[in-house]
Design a protein around this ligand. Structure first.
Ligand SMILES: Cc1cc2nc3c(=O)[nH]c(=O)nc-3n(C[C@H](O)[C@H](O)[C@H](O)COP(=O)(O)OP(=O)(O)OC[C@H]3O[C@@H](n4cnc5c(N)ncnc54)[C@H](O)[C@@H]3O)c2cc1C
Length: 443
């Protein structure tokens, strides 16, 4: 069997190599370590992930595998998330907890929700975009105040610019009784689509990758800058070159196609239309215990840069020394909404916001602040995504180039999806009759 060349040593690339057999693969990785987005680093005594990471899949195979990868040492907790809105804390999802929203907004949300449910869903054409979906799901008042505002912050564009093919069960579509009951008081049951999640006890989410990477043949510092499919040739930033027999890419699709010397113009054009968010992760270490018990929270106020705040020691108590808290705040940008360039100013503003939200006791409590730039965040499901992706996929399929992972398949993939895809790619490499289905958002 031929040697398999893999681009990228994130969890998808590691999974392809692990299932194919490390001795049959070589991985070229731009960075100086494996893990990609699953990398965690220690700083100021705190373990920081690349934004909040938990494993919530119900897939039993993955649950067992992930448990084995950390020798059974993981935390398993009830999924618990909260929302911040103009000084109020509202349990997640807010649409089932209207009782925590201040009046008169609370009653206006209920009234517009009930008006939105007069028409039978079957009698309506499918929603043309996410904004229409939101209005039907929640009514205009709640939709405009909460998810539409959050969409502009997190997805960095208007809801009308997004399709509905990424939603799945991620945004809770409530029944009338969920909203009316949650208007009167606590429902007494969670309507969050995730029930429980797992997280390694020590070392951060990164610990899930160590056993996958054992004995993998990874060449570090090999950033791909050139590929010629006709000649089966790869070129790297350090000036070196390599040929390949079978190629699997896990690197971001726009970057991959931009490197391709012999890609036709329409494929290049399609790749240039793909959009993703980029992140500034502002990490604030403070000398007091965390104020909230939830691992993360969503911030709806549009005058705040802070979009989602993760509290590292609420994932595992081993993530921070006793009496300390580590807050990682996502600030989101994209080609639609450029990120601020002055990182010191961003850090100062985020600290001020944490103090205002009551999550940080004051400037004196701050032990350290850092800002990490993350060039790839979420794939944006705008209206260009599908036709552009279909064209690129058709082209790469004809060449026999395989793709695995979030940014190569260009979808809302989680770590379990990446591992399962890696396993499927390995089966296909062993037996070409095994088909690799395109990713569909499910659980
Ligand atoms: C903020 C955030 C929160 C998330 N939360 C969760 C969660 O709670 N649970 C969950 O399961 N998943 C979560 N995810 C998704 C998860 O992180 C990804 O699905 C997964 O890590 C993607 O792995 P990958 O291998 O496909 O890509 P990556 O991790 O991006 O790996 C790609 C690798 O390719 C390398 N590379 C890039 N360009 C080149 C190049 N030109 N040449 C060579 N190498 C290159 C990179 O350095 C990297 O190592 C989250 C993601 C984000 C951004």
């Amino acid at each position: 069997m031929e040697t398999v060349t893999i681009l990228g040593a994130g969890i998808a690339g590691l999974a392809v190599s692990y299932y194919t057999g490390h001795d049959r693969c070589v991985i070229y990785e731009a960075d100086s370590h494996y893990g990609g987005h699953v990398y965690s680093e220690e700083w100021d005594g705190i373990v920081w992930d690349d934004g909040p990471h938990v494993s919530y899949t119900k897939n039993e195979y993955i649950q067992e595998l992930f448990a084995e990868l950390v020798d059974g040492e993981f935390e398993e907790v009830e999924a618990d998330v909260v929302n911040y809105y103009q000084g109020h804390w509202i349990d997640h999802p807010a649409q089932s907890n209207l009782y925590q929203i201040p009046e008169p907004l609370r009653s206006a949300c209920l009234k517009s929700f009930l008006e939105s449910r007069v028409a039978e869903p079957e009698a309506q054409a499918p929603p043309a975009n996410y904004q229409e979906w939101l209005y039907r799901a929640f009514g205009k008042v709640f939709a405009d105040t909460f998810p539409a505002a959050y969409t502009r912050k997190y997805w960095t564009t208007e809801p009308a610019n997004l399709g509905t093919d990424w939603i799945g069960r991620r945004v809770f579509y409530p029944k009338v009784e969920d909203v009316t009951g949650g208007f009167r008081g606590p429902l007494g049951r969670s309507t969050y689509w995730v029930n429980r999640w797992r997280y390694p006890s020590r070392g951060g989410f990164y610990t899930y990758t160590h056993k996958l990477a054992e004995r993998a043949r990874i060449r570090y510092g090999k950033k791909l800058v050139y590929v010629h499919f006709g000649e089966r040739l790869l070129g790297f930033e350090d000036g070196t070159r390599a040929t390949y027999e079978r190629l699997v890419s896990t690197i971001p699709l726009p970057e991959f196609i931009a490197c391709a010397a012999d890609a036709p113009d329409d494929v290049r054009e399609a790749a240039s239309l793909l959009r993703a968010t980029r992140l500034l992760l502002v990490r604030v270490a403070a000398q007091h215990p965390s104020v909230r018990k939830e691992p993360w929270l969503y911030v709806y106020d549009e005058d705040k840069l802070s979009t989602r705040v993760s509290i590292q020691e609420n994932f595992s108590p081993h993530n921070a020394p006793a009496g300390m808290t580590g807050m990682s705040v996502e600030v989101c940008g994209s080609a639609f909404k450029p990120l601020p360039t002055d990182h010191d100013a961003v850090a100062r503003q985020v600290v001020r916001e944490l103090i205002e939200m009551g999550l940080l006791e004051g400037w004196d409590a701050v032990q350290g602040v850092s800002v990490r730039y993350c060039p790839w965040g979420q794939v944006i499901y705008d209206h260009n995504r599908k036709p552009a992706l279909d064209r690129i996929k058709e082209y790469l399929d004809e060449l026999g180039v395989l793709r695995a992972g979030r940014y190569s398949q260009w979808g809302y993939l989680m770590t379990h999806d990446c591992v399962l895809r890696g396993r499927k790619v390995a089966e296909h490499l062993r037996d070409r009759k095994v088909e690799i289905p395109e990713f569909e958002i499910a659980e």
